[in-house]
Design a binder for this molecule. Sequence first.
Ligand code: ZN
Length: 186
Amino acid sequence: MKKLYRCRVCGYVLEKNEPPGTCPACGVKGKVFEEYESPVSRKRRKILDLHVHQIMVNLPVAFVASMTLISFLRIIGIVREQSVFMGMLRASVFFLPFSVILAASAGIFDGKLRFKRIATPHLKKKLMLAGSFFIISVSIFVIQYFLDLDPSTYNIAALVHSVVLLGIAGILGLIGGKLIESKVRG
Ligand SMILES: [Zn+2]
């Protein structure tokens, strides 16, 4: 059966039948690995290792990236009205809020498994940023379906919204990147 081993030099933890001869993280050779008892239960580790949240967050980012690109190309006049690109832009705006709900739910689920409490300063910041991301994605959704804007104004609105969203997504990614390796007692 596979066991967990931790590198005595750098602390890298891996799951194998036998400890490797060289640490893949720090490169130190020899018997640097010692058996390691994870404070996280095997079941929790299995779920966390699926990286559901990290995969799901790509969905809204993909929609926002296509919104940015298409609205920009339309503003500078490269793609026209009634084009397939307009359909893509409208579809991205339509799917965006739903993809945010999915990604955020996966994030809350992930946070509850990973941390003792999710009301810490960093996690609160993530929740607040995710909340503003959702509100802004709903705002462009409302503009698309409930305001009768002319196409060029709509394009500008879509571009402004998507650029702000890209910024928020970037900050969320930076905070998330620091948290991904943390797994506490479970
Ligand atoms: Zn190492």
